[in-house]
Design a protein around this ligand. Structure first.
Ligand code: MRU
Length: 372
């Protein structure tokens, strides 16, 4: 993914002041590209809870960088490790569904707890956060390379005619460090000269599709069309979708996937129309401790104002407008779970597998349950 010719990252250290971490304020896209400074760990926690950053892998990376900021804040104190552990607890409570959040916090805390007493904690946590980001880019690249084979096969079957891909929410570069998960195969296919076209679900209520996915596809010159969330089934019935690829925020060891609300309905429509429905994920998104997605994945409920108001640009001003009567009851579940039986396959950095425990363990054999 490139933006205005520069190599792109969603989180980085300020070039002349590496003790400040910078992010894109994704709430302002696509109208404004605003870089936002994170100076304290609380800034990082707020960036996650208020969705300046979002998407499972980027949430994890932001959590890791927030602990680096905590280490800086308490640098000269003897209870630094305790301070960082308290910060980790609060950051861990910001968004419950994306498993990468806890995964990243646990990874950093393991490093911290294993550190010698005289070690420079700031340097240690800086390295860990950097490593998480570098690894995430490589993971997305792997997903891109494996997912590309699916798009190539469809292009071949269609004798080079346009491959139409439907995606939901933003599982793009903006949700990761670069390349994305669901978008990585699309970017790879586009770069290879395959004629791809993406149907972008608007993704109410936060509009990650219309505001983020459409923006980043445009930045990269990938042909795309925005549709309302309810249009996917109609397009599938009329042969206008060749493959669906979405991301996921948490995948169980049995292959159930939690993703942005509305993903399940797309999977049902795809199943009814015999259209392959793939989910792209980094292995960091697999929760190996659970098997039953419907019962065991906590589903985040967000502020009702996300439903009652629409945020956008009016003239030169960004503003929210009320679209609902003030006495209307509202619920705002942010994610749903698509059962493994509706998922054609999982695209990971290690290959593509059936959405099942056997499939996942075939790619990650170290996760097989031992019988001893
Ligand atoms: O609420 P969000 O914007 O964090 O939700 C993001 C999604 O649902 C994405 O599709 C998913 O995280 C995959 S991220 C690569």
């Amino acid at each position: 993914m490139r933006k205005k010719g520069e190599d792109f990252r969603t989180i980085w250290q300020k070039p002349d002041h590496p003790e400040v971490v910078q992010i894109i304020d994704q709430r302002r896209l696509p109208h404004e590209y605003v870089v936002h400074d994170l100076v304290t760990w609380r800034d990082g926690a707020m960036a996650i809870s208020d969705m300046l950053v979002r998407g499972a892998p980027l949430i994890g990376a932001t959590a890791a960088w927030s602990l680096y900021l905590a280490a800086i804040e308490n640098r000269d104190s003897r209870d630094s490790a305790e301070f960082i552990a308290d910060a980790a607890k609060e950051i861990g409570a910001t968004r419950p569904t994306a498993v990468n959040l806890q995964w990243a916090l646990d990874r950093v805390m393991r490093v911290l707890n294993g550190a010698a007493t005289d070690v420079d904690l700031v340097a240690l946590l800086e390295k860990e956060a950097r490593d998480i980001c570098t690894e995430d880019i490589e993971i997305s690249r792997g997903i891109g390379q494996h997912g590309l084979t699916l798009i190539e096969a469809i292009a071949q079957k269609k004798h080079g005619k346009t491959v139409n891909i439907l995606t939901h929410c933003n599982a793009g570069s903006l949700a990761t460090i670069n390349w994305g998960t669901a978008t990585a195969p699309i970017y790879f296919a586009h770069q290879k000269g395959i004629d791809v076209h993406v149907w972008v679900d608007e993704t109410r209520p936060r509009n990650q599709g219309s505001q983020l996915t459409a923006w980043e596809l445009a930045e990269n010159g990938v042909p795309h069309t925005l549709i309302v969330d309810n249009a996917g089934g109609h397009l599938m019935q009329h042969g206008l979708v060749d493959i669906c690829i979405t991301g996921t925020d948490r995948t169980t060891r049995s292959g159930d996937v939690a993703n942005k609300i509305g993903t399940y309905l797309k999977a049902l429509a795809a199943h009814d129309n015999k259209i392959p429905f793939y989910v792209a994920l980094p292995s960091t998104t697999i929760d190996w401790t659970i098997s039953d997605g419907l019962r065991e994945i906590p589903i985040e409920e967000r502020d009702p104002t996300e439903v009652t108001q629409v945020y956008g640009r009016a003239g030169d001003q960004m503003c929210s407008v009320e679209t609902v009567a003030s006495n209307t009851g509202v619920s705002n579940f942010a994610f749903d779970v698509t059962p493994a039986r509706l998922v054609t396959g999982l695209i990971t950095e290690c290959g593509i597998c059936p959405a099942s425990e056997e499939g996942l363990v075939s790619l990650f054999p170290e996760r097989a349950k031992t019988t001893s």
